[in-house]
Structures are given as C-alpha cells and as structure tokens.
Design a protein around this ligand. Structure first.
Ligand SMILES: [Fe+2]
Ligand SMILES: [Fe+2]
Length: 407
C-alpha cells in the first residue's frame, strides 16, 4: 500500500481503505478501482492523500513511479533551458536523487500539501505598501546590532598593524564560535592533511581572510531567531545555505584568478534577505509563498511581483549596513540577476551554486521550481559536463560533515 496525492490519482488504481462522504456513509469501498468519474469526485473533496493498493507487478509499479518523478522534475526545471548540456546533466542528477528519495518513501509534493497553514495570526511589523528594502533594513538594524565578535574581527582586519595572531586571539575569545570553526575546518570538506586544534593554526593554514570570513558566517547563523516556525523551518533554510556554501567554495577553487576565501560565507549568506523579510513581514512573506506556488514561479520572482523588490535587494543592503566586504555584498546582490551584460565570475559562482544546492535537495519538497540561470552567466564559468558530475559527487561526499557542524 502507498500514499498517493489526489492530484496524482490515475484510472485503474485500487483504493486501500474505505472513503467516506460528508454524511459519514461509505462513498467508495476499499478495493474499488478508480475511474475518471471517481477521480473527479475525490479531487473535489477534502482529502489530500489516499491509500492506494499496489495491485500491479513490481516492475510496472516502479516504471509508474519513475514516470511520475520524471514529470515532477520536468516541472521543477521549467525555467531552465533544456538545450544546454550542463542543465541537462543537472536534470539527470536531480531526477536520480528524486527517484531514489521516492523509493525511500518520499511522497512527491502536491499543491494541496504546500498550502500554508495556521498563518492567520501573523502580523507584519511593516506594511507592503509602505516599505522599500531601505526601510526594512533600517528597521532591522535599529532593532538589533550584529554580534560584537564580528565587529572586533573587522577592527583587527582593518588595522594595518595587526597580525594573523591578533585575528586568532579575537576569534578564540568566543569559545562556541571557535569550536564550530575548528569542527568545520577539520571536516573532510577542507581536506587538510593534519588535524587543526587551534584557531592560530587554522589561520596559518587557511589565512586570516578565510578564517575571519568563516567566523562571520558562523556568527550569523545564531543571529536569526524568532522566525515563525509555521512559515519557515530554519533547519531547512540553513541546510540549503550550507549546500550553497559548499558548492560555492568548490566552484571557486576551480576558477583561475578567483580567491576562494570568501565563497563559503557568501554561499552561506546568499539568501539572508529572505530571513529579514520573514522576520519583519511574515504575513507578506506568506503571500509571496502562496503566489509562487499558485503560479508555479520561483520565489524570487514571486517576491518581485508581490513586494516590488526581492531578497537580494534586502540582503545586500543589510550586509552593506553591517560593513561586510564589498565583493561579498556584490555576489549576493547579483545571485539572481539573469541578464547581466558582463556577468562576473564571482556572481556566476553563487548563482550556479544556488541552483545546484536546490537541485541536490529536491526531496526537501518545499520548492516547486528551480530559479535557473542565464546562459551567458553559466558560460563565464567554462564548466564541462564531467566537471558538473564531479561537483555533484564531491558535494555528496562532503555535505554531511558540514551539516553536522551547524545543525
Ligand atoms: Fe536567492
Ligand atoms: Fe538560495
């Protein structure tokens, strides 16, 4: 027996349980074989899922499951050019993951399930009609300031007389932060040949820029609390961000002339504007979610349609306000910009990493469509199909070690 969403019912499927009508009487008995008429009746009812008996042989059931998966992934990729061989490889990898997940009981999401629940009580601190990204960021920064530790790191970094040892001293003062940093640096992702047991050793191996940038990213995770849980599961959010961080750094390390030290943090914080929106405008954020789902749009486009701006505008402004390094802010600002006349390699890395992260996490189910990216932006990265396969494989190998540090 398996759980099937009403939208995926097909004639010939056999009910595994009785279905009751509004008055409590049996509408369809267990064992009933569905036809077009009964499917229409069921779709008009309140049930989102039904128990369906596996009446056919295993091979046919498997083929059927694969076909449904293929349809779902095609919908997921509807904003992506199917003629590009890299996107094709991304499609293949995503389908492989989706199919594996459904065999392990992941149920393909349906619109009914993705409707936001229990959101009536949410109120926005700011009103859509009256806000621009500047006001939201001003409101946020007046309310709370960024963790002290980062301000101290910045002071040391900006001081021409400071040494790598000074950075290590500042970071080491925060025990929780140092412990997380060491765990991350010692995870297989960093592939260091020896165990690093102190921040000063980490600084001498990775450089003060990378360590301070990581410290910045790690402190930010703890900074965002109080997001209504029915709106956004913070674990899911950071999981996506960490996947993007891993892909970003891996991509950066393959590019000539690109310094990889800030890419993990850029990937980690690329969607931070979305958190600011959820935090200050939860009700408007629900409208964005519903609009995206109802119209099968990537979230970023739904944001523009409903709010008039998107999370990249808000995120970049916030990080600017917090004096984050300019190049990092620019990467975040441009991570959904498609039609850039001269796309930068840095922004292209975050854009591709974001798509790869979403594709790799397809069974999380929260996203209906992939945002995609501009062909010209993708071109500047000069990747081959083999490179992409390798990236997927390496991500799978490293991701758990990184997730374990944070979540
Ligand atoms: Fe984004
Ligand atoms: Fe993202």
């Amino acid at each position: 027996m398996r759980k099937v969403c009403v939208e995926h019912l097909k004639p010939g499927m056999v009910l595994g349980t009785n279905i009751y009508g509004y008055d409590g009487s049996i509408l369809y008995e267990k064992g009933y074989e569905l036809d077009e008429g009964s499917i229409t009746t069921l779709m008009e009812g309140d049930l989102s899922y039904l128990q369906i008996r596996d009446s056919r042989d295993k091979e046919t059931a498997r083929e059927d499951l694969f076909r449904r998966c293929d349809e779902y992934v095609h919908e997921f990729f509807q904003y992506v050019n199917p003629e590009n061989e890299l996107f094709n490889e991304m499609f293949r990898q995503t389908l492989k993951r989706a199919f594996k997940a459904v065999q392990y009981k992941w149920e393909l999401p349906c619109a009914a399930e993705l409707r936001a629940k229990n959101v009536e009580h949410l109120t926005d601190a700011l009103f859509i009609e009256e806000t621009r990204p500047e006001e939201i960021v001003k409101y946020e920064t007046e309310l709370v300031s960024f963790p002290d530790i980062y301000v101290q790191i910045q002071e040391v970094l900006n001081d021409v007389n400071s040494s790598a040892e000074d950075i290590a001293k500042v970071v080491s003062r925060d025990i929780g932060l140092s412990a997380k940093l060491l765990k991350l640096i010692n995870s297989p992702f960093y592939s260091l040949s020896q165990k690093v047991d102190s921040i000063s050793r980490a600084v001498s191996l990775l450089g003060s820029n990378e360590v301070s940038s990581l410290a910045l990213g790690v402190s930010t995770i703890d900074f965002f609390e109080n997001i209504p849980p029915e709106l956004m599961d913070m674990k899911t959010f950071w999981k996506h961000s960490l996947r993007c961080a891993v892909y970003s750094r891996m991509l950066a390390s393959r590019m000539q002339g690109v310094e990889e030290d800030k890419f993990f943090t850029a990937g980690l914080l690329h969607d931070v504007g979305r958190l600011i929106l959820f935090k200050n405008m939860p009700y408007a954020s629900v409208q964005v979610l519903l609009f995206a789902r109802g119209n099968m749009l990537p979230l970023v486009e739904a944001e523009s349609a409903v709010l008039g701006y998107d999370h990249t505008d808000v995120g970049a402004l916030l990080l600017e306000e917090w004096s984050f390094p300019g190049p990092l802010v620019e990467m975040i600002r441009k991570h959904h910009k498609f039609e850039d006349a001269e796309p930068s390699v840095e922004a292209a890395i975050i854009q591709l990493a974001d798509n790869l992260a979403i594709a790799s996490d397809i069974p999380s189910g929260g996203r209906f469509v992939l945002p995609g990216m501009g062909q010209d932006t993708l071109k500047v990265l000069r990747l081959s199909v083999e490179d992409l396969q390798e990236l997927f494989d390496m991500h799978d190998q490293y991701i758990q070690g990184v997730l374990d540090v944070y979540l």
